[in-house]
Write a protein that binds this ligand. Structure first.
Ligand code: FE
Ligand code: FE
Ligand code: ZN
Length: 277
């Protein structure tokens, strides 16, 4: 069965988010751990969490993906910004243990002029400080579009970070289709070759999740502007191949397209129809 869901708001609580997922036909979901701009996290209500967990179990919703605020920058030239990123991620990871084993996705960061190698070093340092052997959450590095000084725009950069991380079973990769396309990987005409390259450079065992987004821009644009599925430069035929590819089809897929709930519901229906059994 296709594991497909989307980014949902948790502002009305976890249980309500589970209900939203069910309503739109999603069997997985993603949410921000706190305001995406990175403010203070709301206090977590343990009753809401346990109601959410039971609700999801009863309704076949699984593979929760928490997304860190995208403003965090663990490889900023400013040391205070780096410390803030580390402390926020550490706090997120502590809270996420309540979910009993989810995934936590973050943007590796922007080196802001320090150079890619220093960026990679600082990202790995952050991970080595916050990861613990007993945590149940797996932390995912998101593949980036490469706008500005973003680190993680190539499989080589992602692989270099992973290589420096000690607790390798706590780390994985979330491949964002809009970002890799913007980063120059031809998933439209050469999906197989891109997946082979991922395997050769990073290793498919690290690939844990897919962000499914079309792109407003042409390949290699380094812009990061998401588009609705089938309405951008990736196109519906490519998405059909992506969700059915033998190396990808068992992974959870998360939409982050410019949509409200009804739009997400339509995309989920479309993709379910395109999934072959
Ligand atoms: Fe993201
Ligand atoms: Fe993404
Ligand atoms: Zn994006």
């Amino acid at each position: 069965m296709l594991k497909i869901g989307c980014h949902l708001s948790v502002s009305k609580g976890f249980l309500q988010m589970g209900r939203d997922a069910l309503k739109i036909g999603a069997n997985t979901l993603q949410f921000f751990t706190r305001n995406p701009r990175g403010s203070k996290a709301k206090d977590i209500d343990p009753e809401d969490i346990s109601a959410f967990i039971s609700f999801c179990k009863e309704n076949g919703i699984s593979h929760f993906l928490a997304h860190a605020p995208y403003t965090l920058n663990p490889c900023s030239a400013n040391p205070e910004t780096r410390v803030f990123a580390k402390e926020t991620m550490e706090d997120d990871l502590k809270r996420l243990e309540l979910l009993g084993g989810c995934m936590y996705n973050f943007h590796p960061g922007s080196h802001t002029g320090q150079g890619v190698e220093t960026g990679i070093e600082q990202i790995a340092d952050t991970l080595n400080t916050i990861l613990t052997a007993k945590q149940k959450t797996v932390v995912l590095l998101e593949t980036m579009a490469g706008k500005g000084s973003e680190v993680g725009k190539s499989f080589e950069e992602i692989s270099a970070i992973i290589e420096k991380v000690h607790l390798k079973d706590k780390i994985g990769v979330c491949l964002d289709t809009c970002h890799v396309h913007d980063g120059g990987y031809d998933i439209v005409n050469n999906l197989d070759a891109v997946i082979k390259e991922f395997d050769a450079v990073i290793g498919l065992q690290y690939l844990k999740a897919i962000h499914l987004n079309d792109s407003k821009n042409v390949i290699d644009a380094h812009k990061d502007r998401h588009e609705k599925i089938g309405k951008g430069h990736i196109g519906i035929d490519a998405f059909e191949r992506i969700i059915n590819h033998p190396a990808l089809r068992d992974l959870p897929f998360y939409l982050e397209t410019p949509n409200e709930l009804p739009g997400y519901q339509e995309e989920i229906e479309t993709l379910k129809k395109l999934f072959t059994f």
